[in-house]
Design a protein around this ligand. Structure first.
Ligand SMILES: Nc1ncnc2c1ncn2[C@@H]1O[C@H](COP(=O)(O)OP(=O)(O)OP(=O)(O)O)[C@@H](O)[C@H]1O
Length: 229
């Protein structure tokens, strides 16, 4: 266990700010401030290309950005991935190598595979397979479940529901809600209808600015052109 995960009762606050990213002439992110605390699911929405993946990569430390500050309880943690037990990150691309077996992947991440997949009995018959032998949707689901159950204080998920069939999306969303008592989750996914009901806080990335949405979230998402009228 790590200093971050061993005391689950303690509230921990992850903050990221000063994140400014420019590609060529285009400023993708302009001085972003984002906050996630343990026990919360935070949703990050935004149009294609608005910078959601880039923001998650920067928080995790996979993308070095000058002046970016990532803090936990006020202490700077850059790059965050170096801090044992602090956070894990599911990128938009597959995380685990296709040649790795499910059992080995779970062991490597310190996760009990049976417990992590308990609500998905169909996966049981696939425990002996390699990641690359699973269907695309099942591989996505397994990777999301493994990271959700890994003992870290925070999990960053970039499109965890992508390719996952609706019945499993619903159960995965329920699992996220159940497990938020142990960690803080930052999720970006275009399946807004499934994401919004489980979020405690919703942010929208719009033209390089990060807006915290309060009140009628769907109405604001329409106003900013993320949802159709
Ligand atoms: N290495 C790079 N060089 C130049 N531009 C880049 C680079 N990486 C990302 N971008 C640009 O940054 C912008 C934000 O990309 P990002 O992948 O974060 O968007 P996103 O909000 O996750 O989009 P989507 O919803 O389509 O996944 C895009 O316009 C993308 O083309």
């Amino acid at each position: 266990m790590s200093q971050y995960f061993d005391n689950q009762a303690k509230l921990q606050v992850l903050e990221a700010d000063g994140i400014r990213i420019v590609f060529g002439e285009r400023q993708v992110l302009g001085n972003i401030y984002l906050r996630v605390q343990t026990g919360q699911i935070v949703g990050l929405l935004g149009r294609n290309g608005s910078g959601k993946s880039v923001l998650l990569q920067t928080i995790f430390g996979a993308r070095a950005v000058a002046d970016a500050s990532v803090r936990v309880d006020g202490r700077r943690v850059v790059p965050a991935f170096r801090e044992p037990g602090l956070m894990n990150y599911l990128p938009q691309e597959p995380l685990l190598p296709p040649s790795l077996s499910l059992a080995r992947s779970a062991r490597m991440l310190g996760v009990d595979l049976e417990k992590a997949t308990a609500r998905f009995p169909e996966l049981r018959s696939q425990f002996g397979l390699r990641i690359g032998e699973l269907s695309g949707g099942s591989a996505r689901l397994v990777q999301a479940l493994l990271l959700l159950h890994q003992p870290t204080a925070f999990s960053l998920f970039d499109e965890p529901f992508s390719g996952v069939m609706p019945v499993h999306v619903e159960t995965l969303a329920e699992e996220m809600q159940r497990l938020k008592s142990r960690k803080g989750l930052l999720i970006t996914d275009h399946r807004y209808a499934e994401v919004l009901p489980i979020c405690d806080v919703v942010y929208l990335l719009h033209q390089g600015r990060l807006l915290r949405l309060d009140g009628d979230v769907r109405e604001q998402l329409r106003d900013y052109g993320y949802l159709a009228n």
